[in-house]
Design a protein. Structure first.
Length: 97
């Protein structure tokens, strides 16, 4: 969703620049470009930082989990993942209800 918002916001923001370059500000197309710029700026400004945080979080989680699964050739400790799953489900239910 954030990638779509970033791309759409950039496209809408650039449409206003094209309208200014073509000098069609006073026409209906120019008014539509102003509306697109109004929508595009928040899309672009909010999705970019949120995407950066998500990428950093995913990188940190993968770096923290990598040593735990390194060298695990079999499924002897499968229940560790099940314990984490049950804890997450219980926490979700507590937060929802």
């Amino acid at each position: 969703m954030a990638v779509m918002m970033g791309n759409a916001g950039g496209a809408w923001d650039n449409s206003k620049k094209l309208c200014e370059k073509l000098k069609i500000k006073k026409t209906d197309q120019g008014k539509a470009c102003v509306v697109g710029d109004t929508v595009g700026d928040p899309f672009k400004d909010t999705s970019g930082p949120s995407l950066d945080i998500l990428l950093k979080l995913m990188a940190m989680v993968s770096l923290l989990i990598a040593p735990l699964i390194d060298g695990q050739e079999d499924w002897e400790t499968w229940y560790f993942g099940l314990i984490v799953l049950v804890i997450c489900i219980i926490a979700t239910l507590v937060l929802i209800y």
